[in-house]
Ligand binder design. Structure first.
Ligand code: MN
Length: 246
């Protein structure tokens, strides 16, 4: 899969080295040195997606929800230096190898929470900069779904029918576009633990947790999905598609 968190990974490596050098420091200082993930800033202001996604939702979603996933993930790894040294993609791909079920679930939910939100923010753009799919991606959408409308309908159904909390995904699998969804914070990086494992390479994601839309849309998830299409960052999705097809 195309790395999506290379900065995080470099931080992992760098901090892993620092952690070794810091092994003589008191435990509290050492824990601070090995904190692996940090909250990436958004590339736009909280109100930049109005009226489609409101500023308050963006602020709480990024500064509270995403931040909490990172805090929980880092806390869980404070006393697990061997796991903390692993790049996030590698850790998520090897979750079944973690024997401690409570730790495994914490890393699954919170590591997935960070991975998914980092991916999701990059998929968003103010409506006036949203752009459109590249010719290559547009042709693939036509070939796979027969029309743009049919594609949005299929994606919207995956997002609407995901019971409870989860994500809808557009992925590249075996060179083809495919719409799918995952529960909770599971994602296609979690080989061997997601029931429909090896979901493919994600290029577009939609968060359908209530925290992503409830302040503005309450129970109207379909209205949120319809509005969200206005703020999809198509240049980024098209670039991911091009990379996935190499
Ligand atoms: Mn979310």
């Amino acid at each position: 899969m195309k790395p999506t968190s290379s900065l995080d990974r470099r931080e992992f490596v760098k901090l892993g080295t620092l952690a070794t050098a810091a092994s003589l420091l008191p435990a509290a200082a050492r824990a601070a040195e090995t904190t692996a993930l940090t909250l990436p800033p958004l590339a736009f202001a909280f109100d930049a997606l109005e009226p489609h996604i409101d500023a308050k939702t963006m602020e709480i979603h990024h500064d509270k929800h995403h931040a909490a996933y990172i805090k929980n993930f880092n806390t869980a790894l404070e006393t697990k230096p061997d796991l903390a040294k692993q790049p996030l993609d590698q850790l998520l791909a090897n979750l079944p190898a973690i024997p401690d079920e409570a730790l495994r679930n914490t890393l699954r939910n919170n590591g997935g929470g960070h991975w998914n939100h980092d991916f999701f923010w990059k998929t968003l753009s103010p409506a006036d900069k949203s752009g459109k799919p590249s010719d290559m991606l547009a042709a693939a959408i036509q070939a796979t779904f027969t029309s743009d409308e049919a594609f949005k309908k299929a994606f919207g159904e995956a997002a609407t029918k995901r019971f409870g909390s989860g994500w809808a995904w557009l992925v590249v699998k075996d060179g083809k576009l495919k719409v799918t969804s995952t529960p909770n914070q599971d994602n296609p990086a979690m080989k061997g633990i997601v029931p429909d494992a090896d979901l493919g390479t994600p290029i577009l994601a939609l968060d359908v947790w209530e925290h992503a839309y409830y302040l503005h849309y309450q129970n109207r998830r379909p209205d949120y999905i319809a509005a969200w299409w206005n703020v999809v960052n198509w240049p980024v999705v098209s670039e991911r598609y091009a990379v996935a097809m190499v």
